[in-house]
Design a protein around this ligand. Structure first.
Ligand SMILES: [Zn+2]
Length: 200
């Protein structure tokens, strides 16, 4: 790393460059922007970063990010609790919500089964999913899992886990190319994939 000659600035550049998608050049540009910014803005930015860590936890029902025991989606009486959309990560909820095509609740697995990376079914929120589907009056489980090899294996695991229950099991369909990641798809594509979901 090229040094700016100012240890405080180097430290900020170094911290920023650890963010996903931020290379050394962008980190330098952001650090200089912050350096030149109004102190009120910089203080608000730092507060917002601390708040998101200190004032949030995971929803006890779906493992989405939440400011209370339940996330804003689980706590919303207008959502349909008979439909659960299973996703890998919180970022997938954001992408699906933007499409406005799903009115049910979510369930965040926290990843996909990947024995090579040491991720086993017990490491994910799979048992909690089975419990939710059994105990609540769930009619449909829609799997919006990225169609990677691990994603496919995870979907097979879920369909086996839920096979004796009287529910409709679906997966998002056309429009999601193999190996693509939900979070990078445009909202129209995600919306279409939900509408054209297919039964398993
Ligand atoms: Zn929730």
């Amino acid at each position: 790393m090229r040094s700016s000659g100012l240890p405080v600035l180097d430290r900020l550049i170094n911290e920023l460059s650890r963010l996903p998608g931020i290379g050394q050049k962008t980190a330098q540009r952001l650090a200089l922007f912050i350096l030149k910014s109004d102190p009120v803005y910089v203080s608000d930015l730092a507060d917002a970063m601390l708040d998101v860590k200190e004032k949030t936890g995971l929803c006890r029902q779906c493992f989405n990010i939440a400011e209370d025991e339940l996330c804003s989606i689980c706590a919303n009486p207008k959502r349909n609790p008979a439909q659960i959309c299973v996703v890998e990560d919180i970022v997938d909820i954001m992408a699906i919500e933007e499409s406005h095509e799903f009115e049910g609740l979510y369930h965040v697995l926290g990843g996909v089964i990947s024995p090579l990376s040491g991720v086993m079914p017990d490491d994910l929120h799979l048992a909690e999913l089975a419990e939710r589907v059994k105990e609540q009056k769930v009619q449909e489980v829609l799997m919006a899992i990225n169609p990677s090899t691990e994603g496919e294996a995870t979907m097979i695991y879920i369909s086996r886990m839920l096979k004796d229950l009287d529910i409709r099991l679906t997966r998002i369909a056309s429009g999601v190319p193999l190996g693509s990641q939900l979070e990078y798809l445009d909202t129209a594509t995600i919306g279409r994939a939900i509408l054209t979901r297919r039964d398993l």
